[in-house]
Design a protein. Structure first.
Length: 410
């Protein structure tokens, strides 16, 4: 296990960093959109600290000094990816990583963990952790490594990866618990669709692509989670994903609380489609994963989820009743990713959703991405920088559009 202090000292920048978004990325449709997304957070960048504050209002004004691990790590992801067009973004990402490693990580008897919210110079001791924040703590680091091949950072990533598995893995029934307790380990009764998907989508698939020499660190987990997800997540009778599970991965539904999003249908389909590139999974399984993904897309697109060209944010899976009539930016970005991976069969639907997304969620007046719009397509005046929101979903979506040779439709 490496010494965290030594690693941090080895990668701290010795210069004052300016916000990446202030620079101009070369003018093409993808780069311009990423630049605008990043530039919105300029007011939230503290040049002296070399980090972004996380909580930003609708107009870009910082509302607190809080720094959240998920929002910051997602910012690092966006900066790192955008650095292919603007190298200044890489310097800003590096400064944020330095801050994250110094102030937003801790070590207990089990090993490394990410502190959900930075509250000064004291490293907090966490007695309980959730998979969302711990997995996304590695999100930005994995993309920065993919762009730079920084070997010292990779040692830190490996440490975090191994400890995450040790904390959350259910060695009896497979997969991860969603919560970890210092007293009991993986918390019984906490398994969710997120505990299956997010470790893979947040960083593990990206790291498998970038760190081929150590692919054996990731392949068993990816393979196991995809197998469980294939068998347990899709509810064929309801035509929705299962969201909550017992410890044996049997779906749980509480009729008075049942809630699901079309975004998770699309996100799950996208995960299955991404398995096409995983050559350590045999061809028959990859074929089955793709077949199920296309079935999910067909079913979801045919559902009564639509409000014009976009879709509502939440439903009761037992009745299909709409429970949230707003429309959410992250769900539409996940849908676009899934359709971009699915091929020509969904070309028309992809064009429609891209047009809708870029004309409704990208704020051309104030900058940034609008989190939610109402059923009349009016923006809700909500913070654009939150605990889990920065530039990630927008820039990740653009990454898949680029990978799949799709143009932005506006």
């Amino acid at each position: 296990m490496i010494n965290k202090t030594t690693l941090v000292g080895s990668i701290i920048l010795s210069v004052i960093i300016s916000a990446c978004g202030s620079s101009i990325i070369k003018n093409d449709q993808y780069a311009e959109s990423m630049n605008t997304s990043i530039a919105f957070f300029d007011q939230a960048f503290d040049a002296e600290k070399g980090v972004y504050f996380s909580e930003v209002d609708y107009d870009g004004k910082v509302t607190s000094s809080n720094i959240h691990t998920v929002a910051l790590s997602r910012m690092i992801y966006g900066l790192s990816y955008a650095s292919q067009w603007n190298p200044e973004c890489l310097r800003t990402a590096k400064a944020c990583i330095d801050y994250q490693l110094k102030y937003m990580t801790g070590v207990d008897s089990t090993g490394l963990y990410f502190i959900p919210e930075e509250g000064g110079d004291q490293l907090a001791k966490l007695d309980r952790m959730d998979i969302w924040q711990q997995a996304y703590g590695l999100c930005g680091l994995s993309e920065y490594y993919r762009q730079t091949k920084d070997s010292s950072l990779l040692q830190f990533i490996h440490q975090g990866h191994r400890v995450l598995i040790h904390r959350f893995q259910d060695k009896q029934n497979g997969g991860f618990y969603a919560d970890y307790s210092a007293l009991e380990g993986g918390v019984k009764g906490s398994k969710t669709i997120q505990s299956l998907m997010y470790p893979l989508t947040a960083y593990m698939l990206n790291l498998w692509e970038a760190d081929k020499e150590n692919s054996q660190l990731y392949e068993p987990v990816i393979k196991e989670h995809l197998s469980i997800a294939y068998n347990k997540v899709w509810n064929d009778s309801l035509q929705w994903v299962n969201v909550q599970f017992d410890d044996e991965w049997n779906a749980i539904y509480e009729s008075d609380k049942a809630f699901v999003t079309a975004g998770h249908n699309f996100q799950f389909a996208a995960l299955l489609l991404r398995s096409a590139d995983l050559n350590f999974i045999d061809a028959d399984h990859r074929k089955n994963y793709r077949h199920l993904a296309l079935k999910i897309l067909d079913s979801t697109l045919a559902k009564d989820i639509w409000s014009g060209q976009g879709f509502y944010a939440g439903f009761n899976p037992l009745t299909n009743a709409v429970k949230d009539r707003n429309l959410s930016w992250w769900q539409h970005s996940e849908a676009i990713i899934a359709l971009s991976l699915a091929g020509e069969s969904y070309a028309d639907e992809l064009i429609q959703l891209k047009f809708f997304y870029f004309n409704n969620f990208v704020d051309k007046v104030n900058g940034g991405e609008i989190a939610n719009i109402n059923s009349e397509l009016k923006p809700l005046i909500e913070p654009k920088g939150q605990k889990g929101k920065s530039v990630y979903h927008h820039i990740e979506m653009i990454r898949f559009l680029i990978n799949n040779n799709e143009e932005i439709t506006q």
